[in-house]
Design a protein around this ligand. Structure first.
Ligand code: 5AD
Ligand code: SF4
Length: 473
């Protein structure tokens, strides 16, 4: 089944189906991967990271075992991201590398999944120019992976299983989590905001919230397994529940998750439009809801915000921002900003800088607008020069880094709580983890503390991370 852009753009009032038995591996498929290895390479957002955790569990159900080095694996899956052109180009680069690998080892299986697979233009290009690939499957077809693989092995032909539907909620896909201490939990899938630059509503389908009972069951199960932190995931988590018949929303879900007693609750991503006062009150009330909010701004210009279809003004954003800072003690706030949206002027850009100067963010992800096929913004005529866009990005990053460094400086000599996750990438003798406010800290501490939340005195502050020493209680 091939992806279809027109279908992906559609939204109906059809009820979302909750399916609890879609995923199955018949006995005869459980041995298909015995003695063989797999590698899943993930691009893009946390949603994709979590999908890869599902894919890994499915492959292990089929007998495959994990191989760290991509080139050595018998089955290689690229879980792709379509958000900007550079993500897209990276994947096509990798597809080229895979061609050489397949020439050396023709028996390996190479597949593409994730958001790029959902794009009609990408799949057509693969069919035309990259026939060395073996499977292509979409974000709605993960549960069917065992049968897609079976078909590929039997037919020896490229299998494409990409449905461009609004989507269901599938509740029984297994998961092999990357961490023993912190876990991603999907609370909703898809997005109905249709910001004019964004491809996600087409690659991930319509907004579908999971029922609260399934989410709480997952949290309670994680607590039993010793997990310390959960991150509630969705493209726009603040709209959680709006599509359900039940009368509950994100503030209720957050409160119920906090009440389970799990030590840390996080959530991403918040759209300013759906951020309610009830949500802010719940975040402020519970100590185990982390004082860290990612609040994408995208632009500070009301003219551009309107063209982006963001549904808020600069002033409304600032009001929300100030409310959060006022009510949630020591709250860290980060953001996403796009520069060079079609016909963004210097004045528009100055408005963005003005918001950054007012908000003094803890950090930000900044991007140059990238036209995505099928989105309204990609059809807008754009006279802004690339050189101007590059200059704006540079200027914006300088400002963002200045504030992020300033925000971090406040931590110097303070004692903060850090969940120690593993040995530091930079120094084998150090451990690393995150503060409640999501700052990365390299900590001098004994390895036996990995998996625990400990007190750390910050000794040195840099732009991207901090160093500290564990303080024994
Ligand atoms: N071009 C540039 N940046 C984009 N983003 C989403 N779509 C695009 C695009 N077409 C950015 C937004 C979003 C983040 C995940 O990626 O800032 O918040
Ligand atoms: Fe994309 Fe906007 Fe939905 Fe975020 S809220 S996923 S930017 S359409």
């Amino acid at each position: 089944m091939l992806p279809n852009l027109k279908e992906a753009q559609k939204r109906t009032k059809n009820k979302v189906k909750i399916i609890t038995d879609a995923y199955k591996v018949p006995e005869y498929l459980k041995k298909i991967g015995e003695g063989k290895t797999y590698h899943v390479k993930t691009y893009g957002c946390q949603m994709n990271e979590h999908d890869s955790e599902n894919i890994k569990a499915i492959l292990e159900d089929m007998g495959y075992s994990y191989e760290e080095e991509i080139e050595k694996a018998d089955l290689i899956l690229l879980n792709t991201c379509a958000i900007r052109e550079n993500a897209h180009n990276k994947v096509f680069g990798m597809i080229g590398r895979m061609k050489h690998l397949k020439e050396e080892r023709p028996d390996i299986i190479v597949g593409i999944c994730g958001c790029m697979a959902q794009e009609e233009s990408v799949t057509l290009e693969i069919m035309k120019k990259h026939k060395h690939l073996d499977i292509v499957f979409g974000t709605h077809n993960i549960y069917a992976l065992p049968f897609i693989l079976e078909n590929r092995i039997k037919s020896k032909q490229l299998q494409i299983e990409v449905e461009s539907k609004e989507g269901d909620v599938i509740e029984n896909i297994p998961v092999k989590r990357d961490s023993k201490y912190k876990a991603w939990i999907n609370i909703m899938y898809g997005c109905d905001k249709f910001c004019t630059y964004c491809i996600v509503p087409y690659t991930r389908g319509k907004q579908r919230s999971r029922k609260m009972e399934y989410i709480l069951e997952e949290v309670n199960d994680l607590i039993k397994k010793g997990y310390k932190e959960v991150t509630l995931l969705g493209q726009n988590v603040n709209a959680y529940g709006k599509d359900l018949e039940e009368d509950y929303g994100m503030s209720n879900l957050l409160e119920e998750v906090a009440k389970t007693g799990i030590e840390r609750v996080r959530f991403v991503t918040s759209h300013p439009w759906d951020f309610t006062d009830e949500m802010i009150d719940v975040i402020a009330k519970y100590d185990n809801i982390m004082p860290y909010i990612h609040l994408p701004l995208q632009s500070g210009s009301n003219r551009i915000l309107k063209l982006m279809g963001r549904r808020y003004t600069k002033e409304e954003y600032l009001t929300l921002y100030n409310k959060l800072k006022e009510k949630v003690k020591n709250c860290a706030i980060t953001t996403d900003i796009i520069v060079g949206f079609p016909n963004e002027t210097e004045e528009d850009f100055k408005e963005t800088l003005d918001v950054v100067n007012k908000c003094k963010y803890d950090g930000a992800f900044t991007f140059i607008f990238s036209p995505r096929i099928g989105t309204p913004a990609a059809r807008m005529e754009d006279l802004t020069k690339l050189e101007d866009k590059n200059n704006r990005l540079y200027e914006l990053n300088e400002l963002i880094n200045k504030y992020s460094n300033k925000a971090n400086q406040k931590y110097k000599d303070k004692v903060v709580k850090v969940l120690l996750e593993n040995t530091s990438e930079k120094d084998e003798n150090m451990l690393s983890g995150y503060t409640e406010t999501m700052k990365l800290v390299n900590v001098k501490a004994d390895k036996k503390y990995i998996g625990q939340i400990v007190d750390v005195k910050i000794t040195d502050v840099k732009t991207w991370s901090m160093d500290g020493i564990m303080v024994e209680k």
